[in-house]
Write a new protein. Structure first.
Length: 81
């Protein structure tokens, strides 16, 4: 497992045992947990640079933004401790 909470981008196994790409939301949460990103916009830019689908649509909504912000803050605090 790597620092982003997964096995690396593009290396997740599906229930069928085949390699699959993480969804946009799965990747967003992994990035938030990594501690490398301070804001939801930082995560959005990273996802777009990775050419994930419909980043803005997936990250729309205040509840999701709150969750990602909280995870970013917690991960960065833990990293600083």
């Amino acid at each position: 497992m790597n620092a982003t909470g997964g096995f690396g981008f593009g290396a997740a196994l599906s229930y069928t045992g085949r390699m699959t790409q993480p969804t946009t939301l799965e990747r967003a949460f992994a990035l938030a947990r990594s501690g490398d990103y301070a804001t939801v916009n930082d995560i959005r830019l990273k996802l777009k640079s990775e050419r994930l689908d419909q980043v803005d649509a997936h990250l729309a909504g205040p509840a999701l933004a709150r969750q990602l912000r909280r995870l970013c803050e917690e991960a960065r605090r833990a990293r600083a401790a």
